[in-house]
Design a protein around this ligand. Structure first.
Ligand SMILES: NC(=O)C1=CN([C@@H]2O[C@H](COP(=O)(O)OP(=O)(O)OC[C@H]3O[C@@H](n4cnc5c(N)ncnc54)[C@H](O)[C@@H]3O)[C@@H](O)[C@H]2O)C=CC1
Ligand SMILES: O=C(CO)COP(=O)(O)O
Length: 365
């Protein structure tokens, strides 16, 4: 507490492409706003660079992440720390931003290590499928660590935000608007406008599911189909995103799909994202080179989320008998695993079933 007011210390867990940009954005605000400590600790999954140097040391020396965000200064108040426990020490605002497949292991290491009363926000686009069913990443963080966790999603291609091009984002929260507003204050800059929505599942599912649609858009690009086809894929994808989200969580609001986290993120990722780019290469190679191989070659350490999310969603669809209701989401997975050729992405619509069968109610479509 300072002058009777709480003062907040921020730690960022993750230092990939978006993790580095988010740290830079946040640090530009903590340096200015009196309610936050200047320093932002950024946890780094340690790597040895080709030069033989440790990535964390290189970041602190150059004030730049030469592997995941070359050419951009992070701000001198961003301190890279390869020790997870030390990175979160005394922090009461925790920003989770790693590829989704690593978050469970990270959370397990953090159990019992957090400052009491710490709050979290997840910038991670993805989900886990457990025995009990699908689990959103914010819930995984909240349940494993016993803390409240908001989400921030949006049309946020990191490299564009790094050079301060105008973007918007949506914070999803469950009940506590005051906490959501505090997160919004931490992230908002003149070039990064943040709004809040009391629909955490809707916001997070938008960010998660659009990565599958972006794979479909990339396949269409790789097959040299035109803008009309891509627009159709985006429209059908958005429709399936909304239907799937509402089936999982009936509380999900239609309006959420019109926020930055919804239609805007879908558009930007289908036009300029990594999922789109690698899927295009996959289709150009006729599906003969795997996504894993192309990811390693094209992204050099950055990670795709769409392929594993397609698998996770497919597990939910098959388990619940919903596969036929979601032809686009299902087809993307079947293409990714080589069960169908890339050209199937535009063939499925012939088999689109009568979608009004869901629970005998008016269809979501
Ligand atoms: N890059 C972007 O434009 C955006 C990314 N996102 C989301 O943010 C999340 C994080 O993405 P990025 O920061 O771009 O990461 P990235 O794609 O650059 O991923 C690489 C990161 O994973 C780390 N890593 C590798 N192996 C690891 C392990 N075993 N354990 C822990 N960490 C490991 C690497 O050190 C590196 O920090 C993802 O869910 C992504 O969908 C959201 C908006 C924009
Ligand atoms: O989520 C993103 C933009 O909002 C980035 O998407 P990609 O991971 O496909 O680059």
């Amino acid at each position: 507490m300072e002058n009777g007011h709480a003062k907040y210390r921020v730690a960022v867990i993750g230092s990939g492409n978006w993790g580095s940009v988010a740290s830079r954005l946040i640090a530009s605000n903590t340096a200015k706003l009196p309610s936050f400590y200047d320093e932002v600790r950024m946890w780094v999954f340690e790597e040895i660079l080709p030069t033989g140097r440790k990535l964390s040391e290189s970041i602190n020396e150059q004030n730049e992440n030469c592997k995941y965000l070359p050419g951009i200064k992070l701000g001198t108040n961003v301190i890279a720390d390869p020790d997870l426990e030390s990175a979160v020490k005394d922090a009461n605002m925790l920003v989770f931003v790693t590829p989704h497949q690593f978050v469970e292991g990270i959370c397990k290491k953090l159990v019992g290590k957090l400052t009491p009363g710490a709050e979290a926000i997840s910038l991670i686009k993805g989900m886990e499928v457990k025995m009990e069913g699908p689990c959103m990443i914010s819930k995984l963080i909240a349940d494993t660590l016993g803390i409240n966790c908001c989400v921030l999603m949006g049309a946020n291609i990191a490299n564009e935000i790094a050079v301060e091009e105008f973007s918007e984002a949506t914070i999803g929260y469950r009940k506590d608007k005051e906490v959501a507003n505090r997160w919004a204050k931490l992230f908002t800059t003149p070039y990064f406008l943040v709004s809040v929505a009391e629909d955490i599942e809707g916001v997070e599912l938008c960010g998660t599911l659009k990565n599958i649609v972006a794979i479909a858009a990339g396949l269409v690009d790789g097959l040299d189909m035109g803008n009309n086809t891509k627009a159709a894929i985006m429209r059908i994808g958005l429709r399936e995103m909304r239907a799937f989200s509402k089936l999982l969580f009936p509380s999900v609001r239609d309006n959420t799909f019109f926020e930055s986290c919804g239609v805007a993120d879908l558009i930007t990722t289908c036009l300029g994202g990594r999922n789109r780019r690698v899927a295009e290469a996959f289709a150009r190679n006729g599906g003969k080179r795997s996504f894993d191989e192309l990811e390693a070659e094209m992204l050099r350490g950055q990670k795709l989320q769409g392929v594993s999310t397609a698998r996770e969603v497919y597990e939910v669809l098959t388990y619940r008998g919903w596969q036929e209701l979601f032809p686009l989401l299902s087809t993307v997975h079947e293409i990714c695993i080589g069960q169908l050729p890339p050209t199937s992405i535009v063939e499925y619509s012939e088999h689109t079933p009568n979608l009004s069968i869901i629970g005998g109610h008016t269809p979501f479509y």
